[in-house]
Ligand binder design. Structure first.
Ligand SMILES: Cc1cc2nc3c(=O)[nH]c(=O)nc-3n(C[C@H](O)[C@H](O)[C@H](O)COP(=O)(O)OP(=O)(O)OC[C@H]3O[C@@H](n4cnc5c(N)ncnc54)[C@H](O)[C@@H]3O)c2cc1C
Length: 437
């Protein structure tokens, strides 16, 4: 039995699993595709149902992970091959070059300030521009920059080189190459999360055509104090404050043409987003157009009740047919009130689509590498009465990659998966058939 364990995916869930395993005394390899750990939670402003600041909770966990003596972070990395079996897997990790010496970079941002290239910032959902040499976000872990090889002038055209000249630490390294290494681990925990569904295929909603129709992820960045507008909720067409908001639920979810499942967190995060808007500006009025309201978690119904009574949030049971826009580029939400059966419309400053949350792009490729099965919605298949166990023994799944779940539930799953992985890595359980008994 090998006492090393691998965690794939460094969102809040992978971080929790890594910390639990590290604290138990296992050596943990945390493999993250992006330049920083943190995942989607790092992009959120506050979290329901307590409205705690998302990064205030996440940042200490990220820092703990990077300082933990038993945890090694492998950023810019992906798993490409798994051999062996439970208790002794051989895992090949492919690492893309950062073009920056992680040990030397001080995160001073001298290079980012001088870089002449501007491209849409993925972390800010394209609502802000960033440089080719950049830090993934301000609180990134590791707190070092990386160079985007698709847009760097030196790497694409052999000219510029400013970042190297201004870096007093000598951290820029244009010669860095892709690398591959193999690790022996006893168990693997998968926590690769979700991607937001692209709503431009929902043609009647006008996303991508009407500038004031945005997604819930874009909204999170807009309302965040460290986001592209400094937390000012403004219309995308003219930068004026948005006073009337319309939240359109189930955009791509519970829809047999797109994703038949319920994304499970949208009713609550729309409620949170409407509350936050009213906290920022008491004049803001929000309407949530819902199919049916799913407020099943602890304290969730009370949260919805508070949104109605204290923050003047209106809930309309409706099916939104179309979003048009008037001459001021205000979205006009056309819907059927499913209580009265009447057709109505409401004009707002910003329409926010609660887009479906789907398995990560590449979920099938990763499943093939790990030799685990996916379910009919492409989430990782797990055992009903042993919910962290995948179809391959020694490999466990937790968080959004195994099915829709909010942060508290996902973090509990992470601890469950970590405990199962620990059992295998310790060799304390007998392996029977296809599953640990
Ligand atoms: C708009 C919005 C608002 C929300 N608000 C709330 C809220 O207020 N409260 C709440 O409880 N929940 C909220 N949620 C849900 C919450 O975001 C998720 O429950 C949570 O982020 C799931 O965490 P995760 O670690 O499973 O996934 P993620 O956060 O997606 O992290 C997965 C990580 O794995 C990495 N990864 C992916 N593929 C690979 C690979 N092949 N190899 C290596 N690494 C990989 C990714 O880069 C990422 O870092 C909200 C969701 C949305 C969309």
């Amino acid at each position: 039995m090998n006492r090393d364990v691998m965690v794939i995916g460094g969102g809040v869930v992978g971080i929790q699993a890594a910390l639990d395993l590290g604290d138990m005394g296992f050596r943990v390899h945390l493999v993250e595709k992006k330049a920083s750990i943190g995942g989607r939670m790092a992009q959120l402003d506050k979290t329901f149902p307590t409205n705690d600041c998302s990064l205030c909770i996440l940042s200490p966990k990220m820092a703990e992970c990077s300082r933990h003596p038993n945890i090694t972070l492998h950023t810019h990395s992906e798993v490409t091959e798994v051999t062996g079996s439970a208790g002794d897997f051989g895992v090949t990790v492919h690492t893309m070059p950062r073009f920056v010496d992680e040990g030397a970079c001080t995160g001073c941002h001298e290079c980012t300030q001088k870089c002449p290239v501007k491209v849409a910032d993925e972390f800010d959902m394209g609502l802000r521009m960033r440089e080719a040499v950049h830090m993934y976000f301000l609180q990134a872990v590791p707190a070092v920059v990386s160079i985007d090889p698709e847009h760097c002038l030196y790497l694409t055209k052999g000219r510029c080189g400013i970042c190297k000249r201004v870096c007093e630490a000598g951290a820029i390294d244009y010669e860095q190459q892709e690398s591959e290494f193999t690790l022996q681990v006893g168990a693997i925990v998968v926590a690769t999360g979700f991607d937001p569904f692209d709503p431009s295929v929902l043609k009647p909603y006008g996303y991508g055509k009407h500038r004031n129709v945005i997604t819930s992820m874009e909204y999170e960045r807009l309302i965040c104090a460290s986001g592209p507008t400094g937390g000012h909720l403004v219309r995308q067409s003219d930068g004026k404050p948005a006073k009337r908001l319309g939240f359109i639920q189930c955009a791509g979810s519970r829809d047999i043409k797109h994703n038949r499942f319920c994304s499970s967190v949208c009713c609550m995060y729309a409620t949170k987003e409407a509350i936050l808007a009213n906290e920022h500006d008491r004049e803001v009025r929000s309407t949530i157009f819902y199919v049916d309201l799913r407020a099943a978690g602890k304290g969730f119904q009370e949260y919805v009740n508070r949104a109605q009574s204290e923050y003047k949030v209106d809930y309309v049971r409706a099916r939104v047919a179309e979003i048009m826009q008037d001459e001021m580029e205000c979205p006009v939400i056309c819907y059927e009130d499913t209580v009265t059966g009447e057709s109505r419309s409401e004009t707002v400053d910003l329409a926010v689509l609660a887009v479906s949350l789907v398995p990560r792009r590449g979920a099938q490729e990763l499943a093939d590498v790990l030799e685990v099965e996916l379910d009919e919605d492409n989430f990782i298949k797990t055992a009903p009465f042993s919910p962290a166990d995948t179809t391959r023994r020694g490999i466990f799944a937790c968080g959004y990659c195994r099915g829709p779940a909010d942060i508290p539930e996902s973090v509990a799953q992470a601890s469950g998966a970590a405990a199962r992985a620990a059992e295998i890595a310790m060799g304390s359980l007998e392996l029977v058939g296809g599953r640990v008994s």
